[in-house]
Write a new protein. Structure first.
Length: 270
C-alpha cells in the first residue's frame, strides 16, 4: 500500500511538472509568434511610411503656401472668403495628423538599440507623474502612487522605459472618466520588479484582451489613437527581458496592466 501511495505521489508530481512545462512552452510560443508578427509588420510599416511621407509633405507645404497668400486672393463671394480658409486649415491640420501617424510608424519599425544603465523605477514613475501633472484631465481624476520602499533599481534604457511608463499612465487617463481613479504600484516579487497600473475606467472586453498588444489594434474612437503605443511598449519591455500583461473584468470594470522587469543584480548584491 505504501509503495502504491509513493508511486501515485510521484506520478502526480511528474504530471504537474509536465503541465507546467507545457504551459511555459505555450507562453514562449505565443511570445515568439507575437515577436515575429511585430517584426514583419515593422518592415511593412517602414516601406509604406516612406512611400506616403513625401506626398504628404508636398500637400502640407502647398496648403501652407496658399494660407500665406490668402490676403491677396480676390474671392467672388463672401461665402468663398469665409469657407476657403477653413478648408485650407483642415487640409493642413489633417496632413500633419497623417504625418504624425507616419512618424509613429517609423518609430515602430526602427526601434533604437537600447542604451543600458542603472535606472530606479520609482524615480522614473515620479518623473512621469510630474510630467503629466499639469494636464487638465487630471483635475477630475485621482492618481494614487504606492511605491515600494525596497531598492527598485533595474538595468535598462532610461528613455525607453520612461516612454513605456508615460504611455501606460496616458492610456489609463484616456480610459478613465471624471471622478475615476488611477493607481500605480511598485513591488518586488522574487528577482523581479513589478509595476502595476490600475484604473477604474472603461475596461476591456474579454475577447479583446489577447489583441491589445497587436499593432494597430485600438479600442479608442477613430482619430484618438494609432494602435501602436502598446505594441511599442511590448517590444521595449521584451528587449529589457521583461513581461507585460493585461487583465480586465470586462467593459466598464477597469483595467490593470502589469510590467515585470528583472532587478539589477549588482545593486541587490551591493
Amino acid at each position: 500500500v505504501e509503495a502504491r501511495d509513493n508511486l501515485e505521489e510521484k506520478v502526480d508530481e511528474r504530471t504537474q511538472e509536465i503541465k507546467q512545462t507545457y504551459e511555459r512552452l505555450q507562453e514562449t510560443q505565443k511570445r515568439l509568434s507575437r515577436s515575429e508578427k511585430l517584426a514583419g509588420i515593422g518592415t511593412l510599416a517602414a516601406g509604406v511610411a516612406h512611400e506616403i511621407n513625401n506626398p504628404l509633405a508636398s500637400v502640407a507645404s502647398c496648403a501652407e503656401g496658399l494660407m500665406d497668400r490668402m490676403e491677396n486672393v480676390d474671392f467672388k463671394s463672401k461665402d468663398d472668403e469665409e469657407v476657403f480658409p477653413d478648408y485650407l486649415k483642415t487640409i493642413y491640420d489633417e496632413t500633419y495628423r497623417c504625418k504624425s501617424i507616419i512618424s509613429k510608424l517609423l518609430d515602430f519599425s526602427r526601434r533604437q538599440v537600447p542604451v543600458f544603465g542603472k535606472a530606479n523605477v520609482n524615480v522614473l514613475l515620479a518623473n512621469v507623474v510630474t510630467l503629466i501633472g499639469r494636464q487638465k484631465e487630471l483635475e477630475k481624476l485621482s492618481i494614487e502612487q504606492n511605491y515600494s520602499p525596497e531598492t527598485m533599481t533595474i538595468y535598462g534604457d532610461t528613455n525607453q522605459l520612461q516612454q513605456v511608463l508615460l504611455n501606460m499612465v496616458l492610456n489609463a487617463i484616456d480610459a478613465t472618466t471624471d471622478g475615476g481613479e488611477i493607481k500605480i504600484t511598485t513591488t518586488r516579487v522574487d528577482d523581479d520588479i513589478q509595476i502595476i497600473f490600475e484604473d477604474t475606467g472603461c475596461g476591456i472586453a474579454p475577447e479583446n484582451l489577447d489583441k491589445v498588444f497587436e499593432p494597430f489594434f485600438s479600442t479608442k474612437p477613430p482619430g484618438k489613437g494609432t494602435g501602436l503605443g502598446l505594441s511599442i511598449c511590448y517590444g521595449i519591455i521584451e528587449e529589457h527581458k521583461g513581461k507585460i500583461s493585461v487583465s480586465s473584468c470586462g467593459i466598464g470594470k477597469g483595467t490593470a496592466f502589469t510590467i515585470s522587469l528583472p532587478v539589477d543584480e549588482e545593486t541587490c548584491s551591493a
